[in-house]
Design a protein around this ligand. Structure first.
Ligand SMILES: *Cc1c(COP(=O)(O)O)cnc(C)c1O
Length: 259
């Protein structure tokens, strides 16, 4: 675990891949069908978990097939995942009964996991994270895509600790509602020990700036999620947003450093 000190704030970078945690309580099925973009870490994780646990997996990818497959999808196929594609209009309707019935007819009965894998079971998986941290800390920070990780981390926090989520999407304020919905689905209640910092999206999902690119390269962290969160943490520290002496755990949710 790497440690940084900045403006009286101690930041520990804790490697912790959130996607396996989100899947842990979602695996008791014969076949899983799920959704994602062509570079989705979730698709990659579902394919790997399917292979490890003997579960058939189907990945429905947004957009058209591009050959040769990119590394994410090639890896998924090598794990045994079947791939299907939905054009962008159909993909937007993927949560509707009509589209889902069509997919089940085509690929066979399956448990359907939402895009990004965020559901009540995923929240319960992520809620196990705080108890596994052996270092002393005050705040846990994580990147936010769909909110499942933050919802779980918040639910698992010991008394007096707080969580801050950094949406990687533009206009990420709506994710507060998602975090609450997911906590309610998992536990029938919400927690008030977390907040969002929506100012670090750098233009939106998978968008970047030269400054963020340089930051990601300098720190050797993945750019779509982790760099935005870490940039935000250090920026908040520099602005004095944390009391001196605050101990921050920054979750490095992807070990990938490729851009
Ligand atoms: C998926 C992902 C996240 C976001 O998790 P959510 O539960 O969707 O908010 C954060 N970091 C990385 C590296 C991810 O792949």
């Amino acid at each position: 675990m790497r440690e940084m000190a900045d403006h009286g704030v101690r930041v520990l970078l804790k490697p912790d891949d959130n996607k396996p945690r989100k899947l842990k309580y979602n695996l008791g099925h014969r076949r899983i069908l799920t959704f994602g973009g062509a570079y989705s870490n979730h698709i990659r994780a579902v394919a790997a978990a399917g292979q490890a646990h003997g579960i058939e997996t189907v990945g429905i990818i947004r957009g058209e097939e591009h050959l040769p497959l990119n590394p994410t999808l090639a890896h998924a196929v090598s794990c045994g995942m079947r791939l299907g594609y939905l054009d962008r209009a159909a993909y937007r309707l993927k949560h509707t009964p009509a589209v889902q019935a069509g997919l089940l007819e085509r690929y066979g009965e399956a448990a359907i996991l939402p895009e990004g894998g965020s559901n009540a079971a995923a929240v319960r998986g992520c809620a196990e994270l705080p108890a596994e941290i052996t270092e002393e800390y005050d705040v846990i920070c994580c990147a936010v895509g769909t909110g499942g990780t933050l919802a779980g981390v918040s639910a698992g926090l010991p008394e007096g600790r707080r969580a801050i989520g950094f949406p990687v999407l533009k206009g990420g304020g709506f994710l507060a509602g998602e975090v609450e919905r997911l906590q309610r689905e998992a536990y029938g209640r919400v927690w008030d020990n977390w907040r969002l910092e929506t100012g670090y999206h750098f233009g939106g999902y998978a968008r970047s700036t030269p400054e963020l690119d340089a930051f990601a390269a300098r720190h050797g962290v993945e750019r779509v999620y982790v760099a935005k969160m870490l940039y935000g943490v250090l920026d908040l520290a520099a602005k004095g947003a944390f009391p001196r002496g605050t101990r921050v755990i920054a979750l490095v949710t992807s070990s990938l450093t490729i851009f």
